[in-house]
Design a protein around this ligand. Structure first.
Ligand code: NIG
Ligand code: FE
Length: 411
């Protein structure tokens, strides 16, 4: 099956294979070809270039993209989209003045979602989650990471990870699974955090590893949840099973999570709303991708990640949704890209780089997706006719997507 896109107004994010992510000043450059063609063969990007060089080939399908942009589908490297029920009652509590932490102290928050998930059958959990996965694919997401962490018992963490596995098996976009057993200390271990960490390390991890249910390991390193010391202990255990870290750090407080992540060669450190200069310093010249989650800052009314300062210091940055029922009930990467421009002062080029190539790197998919590169999967967004790509973040409430393609097939 060969699909030829012709007369593309602008083909965005064209890259050589050697580029696995972009940092600092390079984030401001978004390589593109105006008046371009792109050829897809057997689901992969086979060829592309200027229309003047478009080969005269017989394609099974030809798509005229006059006036439209073609770009890699969004790479959402941080979600919790497998969950049960919702937390809209807490939303109302929040409107009335309670903070995220106060809601959690009242028995809401992660433990509330954990209770609902424990009472939900595996099949029902799959059915609820697949609706969200289909929703984000239609919104232009072409690769996604999904975490466990609303189980908090051996049985329910395994249930969540099996649901993620089933989504991986049944959907065409790349999905990475992250084990987040250390998302909160469950009620049964309220006064025995060490006991829960022992359960996680000695019982959960070996089973998850044996069944190959996780690609990465995560910890919510935060005051009132897991300390930097707890985080290190859990990451060390994960390493025994070959699980690289991708961790939640600096959402509300800076307690050494960034440093713990860097020390354990984390693939990414995520949230980063509270960044000290030492945290920025610690990330320099590492292979750890900082990931900002502006949907969470928006929803919880907490500070945005100081992305401008970080990029100006030479760091790379990825953007993700954090899609979850408590702090970011949206998996819309278009909104994330706009919000990064509007609230974090990223330029459209920086935001698009952060949401494509850098997001792919933050989930170990830099060889598969995230750029227009020969041999990568043809997971693409075709926009409606627009004047320039600046319009994508600018008109923040508009649906700019005409079609989404996964492995070259229209969704
Ligand atoms: O990334 N902060 C930790 N975990 C999620 C929120 C979880 C929840 O509130 O259900 C996050 O924001
Ligand atoms: Fe999260």
């Amino acid at each position: 099956m060969r699909i030829l896109f012709k007369n593309i107004k602008e083909l965005l994010q064209v890259r050589d294979r050697s580029v696995s992510f972009v940092s600092g000043k390079d984030m401001a450059k978004l390589p593109s070809i105006k008046n371009a063609y792109l050829l897809v063969e057997r689901g992969l990007i086979k060829d592309f270039g200027a229309m003047a060089n478009c080969p005269n080939i017989e394609a099974d399908q030809t798509i005229d993209a006059t006036g439209k942009m073609l770009l890699p589908a969004w790479c959402d490297s941080h979600t919790h989209l497998v969950y049960a029920g919702n937390r809209e009652s807490e939303f109302v509590d929040k409107i009335k003045g309670l903070s995220y932490q106060e809601i959690a102290e009242k028995g809401g928050g992660i433990l509330n979602s954990a209770k609902t998930l424990q009472d939900t059958s595996e099949n029902d959990l799959y059915e609820q989650s697949k609706i969200r996965l289909e929703e984000v694919i239609a919104l232009g997401t072409g690769a996604v990471e999904i975490k466990s962490g609303y189980g908090l018992t051996v049985e329910s963490e395994l249930k969540m990870l099996r649901v993620i596995k089933r989504l991986k098996d049944n959907y065409p976009i790349p999905i990475k699974a992250t084990f987040l057993g250390a998302h909160a200390v469950p009620l049964a271990y309220k006064n025995n955090k060490a006991g829960y960490i022992k359960l996680l390390v000695e019982t959960m991890l070996p089973q998850i590893a044996e069944m190959l249910l996780a690609d990465y390991i995560d910890v919510f390193c935060e005051t009132g949840y897991f300390s930097a010391e707890d985080t290190e202990r859990i990451l060390e255990a994960g390493k025994q099973y070959g699980l690289m870290p991708k961790i939640h750090v600096n959402q509300f407080t800076s307690i050494g999570g960034v440093q713990a992540g860097v020390k354990h060669h984390a693939l990414s450190v995520d949230h980063l709303e509270e960044m000290r200069d030492a945290d920025i310093e610690a990330l320099k010249s590492t292979h750890t991708m900082p990931v900002a989650l502006p949907g969470c800052s928006y929803f919880l009314n907490i500070p945005y990640t100081p992305a401008r300062k970080m990029i100006d210091a030479g760091l790379p940055l990825a953007l993700a949704t954090d899609y979850n029922p408590g702090s970011s009930p949206s998996g819309n990467m278009n909104f994330v890209v706009s919000t990064a421009c509007i609230k974090m002062k990223l330029t459209p080029e920086e935001a698009i780089n952060a949401a494509t190539i850098n997001g792919a790197y933050a989930m170990g998919l830099e060889n598969e997706v995230g750029s227009i590169t020969i041999g990568k999967q043809a997971n693409l967004i075709l926009t409606k006719p627009i004047n320039s790509y600046n319009f994508i973040p600018y008109a923040f409430g508009t649906d700019h997507i005409e079609k989404v393609f996964v492995n070259g097939a229209e969704i």
